[in-house]
Design a protein around this ligand. Structure first.
Ligand code: GCV
Length: 843
């Protein structure tokens, strides 16, 4: 072993130096490779980088390669624009490389395809990095660096993306807020303007390019009406300038009423010639400012947005006007299939929001201009924890389509819970719709293979913000990474994707890789278990912030996310035979599977059918027992996240270790809030007890309202199921209030948990004392996502603090002192004292 290798071998064996990382580098950390075998393999890589193309994207590719090789291998490279006679990396397009390598005929590469190849040139070795266009050179460089960082022995490859549209949508508003953004304010906007400092925007484009994403819609689909004013367009052009060197094209969400609101026309009727001319001129204005403009995203006739229905026109008539204006410039229209009536009659058993996409668009198939792409949310409702795929995918056989997924975890824990969404998206992409009675998986429909459509692809709502690590939860970045990788190649497995991400994000230590991969891979199922199993919906507060449990909020309103739960049973009857007929929107082979209770998969049962609580699942369990069991199992698994993560202490840098640990501890507590709320609610409604005797029986729990108190007053909590016993206590202050209780537990070690409410309106402080000696102090300091700005005691704000492994003896006195802060009245729900068991966390 050579001395350099020996040194690095030693480095491999030493635990991670405990420094701090903010997460800003995401998966582009370029950590030094320490594995001796890999170093041996990569030893031959050249230190000269020849960049043939003279454009900012090619320059970025060369600079990125130098940066990556320096970080990963300690290789100090020299840059050149011409090839001399030594070993070198050579970056260029096919035309540029043909000039350099005269013997070779020009390669045919798809515009976004690339080739990384090792070739001999006389006595020298050339590493060819050839991209169909300059952005593809960038993709190639990032792939090469990813392979080195993940110790992949096979550096050579030829790849091309699965589809042309690989975009992200940001739901950012000009004032700097972000609709459903959970990681700080906008990186693009502030105070009605584009930010003067767009450093983060450029960094974001680099991140996007590194996973092959080629477009970014920077403003909310609920588009501000001033979006298309000349002043704003000039400002948007600055964002496009920041994106351009990374090959990311800017696009805009537009409101269809713009000809009227911005252009002051009397109408925005898409069939009015003055409207068509207005769009044409507006598009010309945009392309003068932004020559590589990507196109428009349109939300119309949906959730209060203006749309063609106002004039009795169809979505295709509206989309086509924009499309014709964009055609000469090669721009596209992504018209969203998310069109539905949110004033449905909840008493009408045939009304069904899930039908809306198909009902509004299927009959229009074939009427869209070729540069229109229908952007379809993967499920027919709205990013719930479990939905079937939208039947619209199979219905549009003469129209390009893009699947829309949601990286921003609106219904899946708002980046305060870890939920790795790739397995969910894979489930949608792999669903074989059996259109035309043949194999037509969604991934082949959106990539144009099934029905030979030229455009289409993948869109994800992302909503990164100013938080240093982009999405707030360090684990959430796996979803953005995975989105890009899946859009590039939807055949990648969830295991492959997470394995890459973990290695890039936390290094190659086998224990770290194994632990993080397992944590992430199960997390979708776990979240489903403790929120909304069996396809019933997420069971969150539908008419509020979509975060904590709010079960009944789904019922008896026009939004159409009904559970149809009553004393006897639950679930939406969507059958053709007796229900809303939604199932009949699927091609016959799949419709047959969903229509029959015998073949409908358990995980979609309550989405498709209304059944009695005692209905037996394929597992042999009753529906009600499954609801109880899954909530207890899910919450129990979530409680293992923190200890499993703690086993990586010293192997991950301090900052990301600490931030993740805090979030896992919070998640464990909030998963119990979910568990109890949903289980108690169904118990209350069905009257059927839990066969395991857990629901409604909490023998280790002491209700705050039952404890002797000084200063605290009892209050009702709404909805009742989000507090134990439906009640909590609050301290009106300003003096602290005190709960004191005598314990009679056998001598031993116990975890003492305090369930309290963490509101936005202030910061309360809590002190826990045993026999008057302090054992814990904490502040209710808002672990909550920003959307939770209500000041209520409820399922969003209920939070748990645990003092671990406290030694207790019979007769001990436990005191909880709550000191209100601001409008937060140091609220307490209960105290729970659980014996410590010596179970090792699940692997
Ligand atoms: C941007 C859901 C979200 C809305 C979002 C909408 C959409 O209804 O709650 O915030 O609006 O979807 O996708 O247009």
């Amino acid at each position: 072993m050579r001395p350099r290798s020996l040194l690095l071998f030693l480095a491999w064996a030493i635990p991670y130096a405990a420094h701090a990382e903010t997460g800003a580098e995401a998966w582009l950390r370029y950590e030094r490779v320490a594995d001796p075998a890999a170093l041996q393999r990569y030893h031959e890589l050249p230190s000269r980088i020849v960049q043939l193309g003279e454009n900012p994207i090619a320059t970025n590719a060369a600079v990125e390669l130098a940066r990556g090789l320096s970080g990963e291998l300690g290789l100090q490279t020299q840059q050149a624009t011409t090839y001399g006679t030594e070993d070198a990396f050579v970056l260029g397009t096919p035309a540029e490389l043909t000039n350099l390598l005269p013997g070779e005929s020009q390669r045919q590469l798809p515009p976004e395809g690339f080739r990384i190849a090792r070739e001999r040139m006389g006595k020298h070795t050339l590493w060819i990095i050839e991209g169909g266009t300059p952005p593809a050179e960038l993709f190639a460089v990032f792939r090469l660096l990813e392979k080195i960082a993940t110790l992949n022995p096979q550096l050579e490859s030829t790849e091309a993306p699965s589809a042309p549209v690989r975009w992200v949508n940001q739901w950012d508003n000009p004032d700097g807020s972000i609709e459903r953004g959970y990681a700080g304010r906008s990186i693009f906007f502030d105070a009605s303007h584009v930010r003067s400092d767009l450093t983060r925007a450029a960094e974001y484009a680099r991140l996007l390019a590194s996973v092959g994403i080629n477009g970014c819609t920077v403003n909310n689909v609920n588009s501000d009406l001033r979006t298309l004013t000349p002043e704003m367009l000039h400002e948007f052009a600055r964002i496009a300038d920041a994106f351009r060197p990374w090959g990311v094209r800017l696009s805009l969400s537009v409101d269809l009423s713009s000809p009227q609101v911005v252009g002051h026309l009397p109408t925005f009727d898409p069939l009015d010639p003055t409207v068509a001319t207005w769009w044409q001129k507006k598009v010309e204005e945009i392309y003068t400012l932004i020559p590589d403009f990507g196109g428009f995203v349109v939300k119309a006739d949906s959730e209060g947005r203006a749309g063609p229905s106002q004039y009795g026109r169809t979505p295709s008539q509206a989309a086509n006007v924009l499309a014709r204006a964009l055609q000469p410039h090669h721009g596209v229209v992504l018209y969203r299939g998310f069109v539905y009536n949110h004033h449905l009659d909840w008493q009408d058993l045939k009304a069904d929001r899930a039908r809306a996409g198909y009902d509004n668009f299927a009959s229009l198939d074939g009427t869209f201009e070729p540069n229109v792409i229908i952007q379809v949310k993967h499920g027919p409702i709205d990013f719930q924890i479990r939905e079937p795929v939208s039947p619209l995918f199979a219905a549009l056989q003469h129209t390009s389509q893009a699947i829309e997924v949601q990286t921003t975890q609106e219904y899946t824990g708002q980046q305060r819970h870890m939920v790795f969404l790739i397995p969910m998206w894979k489930t949608a992409l792999d669903t074989d719709l059996r259109a035309q009675n043949r194999s037509t998986p969604v991934k082949e429909i959106v990539t144009g293979k099934s029905f030979h459509q030229p455009l289409g692809g993948f869109v994800s709502v992302v909503n990164v913000g100013l938080d240093a690590n982009w999405l707030h939860h360090p684990m959430a970045m796996a979803n953005l990474y995975g989105f890009g990788r899946l859009a590039w190649n939807p055949d990648l497995t969830s295991e492959q994707i997470i394995n890459e991400w973990t290695r890039l994000t936390f290094g190659n230590n086998p224990k770290v890789v194994d632990t993080v991969n397992h944590l992430q891979l199960d997390s979708w199922k776990v979240y489903e278990q403790y929120t909304g199993p069996l396809g019933i919906g997420t069971l969150t507060d539908i008419i509020g912030v979509h975060y904590g449990p709010g079960i009944e909020s789904a019922e008896r309103n026009g939004w159409g996310q009904w559970l149809r739960a009553d004393h006897n049973g639950a679930g939406m009857d969507r059958t053709v035979a007796t229900g809303t007929g939604f199932i009949g929107q699927y091609p016959p082979e799949l419709a047959r599977v969903y229509e029959s209770l015998t073949t409908c998969p358990d995980e979609l049962l309550l989405f498709m059918h209304h059944v009695h609580y005692t209905h037996e699942l394929h597992t042999g369990k009753t529906v009600i027992q499954h609801i109880y069991d899954s909530h207890y199992e899910g919450a129990a698994t979530a409680a293992t996240y923190a200890p499993r993560w703690e086993s990586l202490h010293g192997l991950v840098d301090n900052q990301r270790f600490g931030e993740t640990l805090k979030l896992f501890q919070y998640q464990a507590g909030h998963a119990m809030v979910w568990r109890d709320a949903v289980s108690e609610w169904f118990f209350h409604l069905s009257g059927i007890p839990d066969a395991q005797g857990r629901v409604g029986h909490h023998s280790n729990r002491i209700e705050a309202e039952a404890i002797t108190s000084t200063g605290y007053t009892v209050t009702d909590v709404h909805p009742w199921e989000t507090a134990s016993g439906g009640k909590a206590v609050i301290c009106k202050g300003p003096e602290p209030c005190i709960l004191t209780t005598k314990l009679n537990f056998p001598a031993g070690q116990y975890d003492i948990a305090v369930q309290y409410f963490d509101l936005r309106g202030g910061v309360s402080h809590y002190d826990l004392l045993l026999n008057d000696k302090p054992i814990a102090h904490w502040a209710a300091d808002d672990t909550l996502p920003p959307a939770v700005n209500d000041r209520n005691l409820d399922g969003h704000t209920s939070t748990r603090f645990t003092a671990p492994s406290v030694t207790l003896a019979p007769g001990d006195t436990l005191t909880l002192r709550g000191t209100p802060g601001g409008d937060e009245a140091a609220p307490v729900d209960y105290i729970e004292i659980t014996p410590v068991t010596k179970e090792t966390p699940k692997p």
